[in-house]
Write a protein of this length. Structure first.
Length: 327
């Protein structure tokens, strides 16, 4: 039986691509009593209500994570929270830096405080590969959010609430995916823009991301940063898989963008263990009684998890199959 069975679950930012995939999985397979969607956009909520045919278990809260009082109202009698709300566009962050601080940093602290005060049992916060050794403001705000959630276990130690973080790479099929954009351009006979032919990225499907998030509720003690073992892609090969006959042209790396992504930095290797299909970065300090996973295997000192040094790269054929199946 699922840990979520019979419980009340809330998703912040629940009308995005991952949020909707989580809604479908939770409604179909986890027998929840109530599923609360907390987000800012009333139009996206209306579209999602229609998509899920006004399922009687769903509740809809218009609100912003910047508003702690609204979070406190929404968290009433909630057992589990998935924190997916964030501002995410790298270039937009450089033009509007403090807006990202307000949502990604202050909003995260509001979620932490509201969860503790409401007696939420567990919170899983979603991170990004850009939070590891960040070179842009978006990544820096997400790294700060990660640390807030991990450290939130310290002052929740006297309570039942526990927090963990999950970090993964680019999600295939998400709203921001390059795949549908390149498909449209190729159909028009246009040249596909590549930032750099050498670029690599981590790659995960929506279904994999959903499973990883929900499995983390089962495993977490509080204080972990979970990273899935997922393949990498070469961006040039992704273009070939989408449109083998299309022309391409390089446009150069955008401000704040990396040539290769990283999910675990070398300096974190001393706290990282391999555990089945994931890595676990353990907390620096753990005054709430955290214990290292019994079956975890320590990675080598100085090891890092980077997209260009990954053991598994998806081939053009694998990418093409995934795209054709809509994964």
């Amino acid at each position: 039986m699922s840990m979520l069975s019979g419980s009340s679950v809330l998703i912040t930012g629940g009308t995005g691509s991952l949020g909707k995939a989580l809604i479908r999985e939770i409604l179909d397979n986890h027998n929840v009593r109530r599923l609360v969607i907390f987000s800012r956009d009333e139009l996206k909520q209306l579209e999602a209500r229609r998509l899920f045919e006004d399922d009687s278990r769903l509740r809809w809260f218009i609100g912003d994570v910047r508003d702690r009082h609204r979070l406190e109202r929404a968290f009433h009698q909630v057992d589990y929270v998935i924190h997916a709300a964030a501002l995410k566009q790298v270039d937009t962050a450089e033009y509007n830096p403090f807006e990202y601080v307000e949502t990604n940093v202050r909003g995260s602290q509001n979620v932490i405080d509201a969860a503790i005060d409401a007696g939420v049992k567990k919170v899983v916060a979603l991170s990004t590969d850009k939070a590891s050794s960040p070179v842009n403001l978006y990544g820096a705000t997400k790294l700060c959010a990660d640390r807030l959630f991990i450290s939130g276990n310290h002052y929740a130690a006297a309570y039942d609430t526990r927090f963990c973080v999950v970090r993964y790479g680019n999600v295939m099929g998400s709203r921001g995916s390059i795949v549908p954009i390149w498909k449209t351009m190729a159909a028009r006979g246009e040249s596909l823009p590549l930032t750099d032919n050498r670029m690599t990225r981590f790659w995960i499907t929506l279904n994999q991301a959903v499973k990883f998030v929900l499995d983390s509720f089962e495993m977490m003690q509080g204080g972990e940063l979970y990273v899935p073992k997922i393949p990498s892609v070469r961006i040039a090969e992704l273009a070939t898989a989408i449109a083998p006959d299309a022309r391409t042209h390089e446009i150069g790396i955008r401000p704040g963008e990396k040539l290769h992504e990283e999910m675990i930095a070398a300096d974190d290797s001393r706290r990282t263990v391999s555990l089945g299909s994931r890595y676990v970065v353990m907390p620096h300090l753990a005054g709430w009684g955290y214990k290292p996973p019994k079956d975890g295997i320590a990675v080598s000192d100085g090891w890092s998890y980077q997209s260009d040094g990954n053991e598994h790269f998806l081939s053009v054929d694998e990418l093409r199959n995934m795209i054709s199946e809509g994964l």
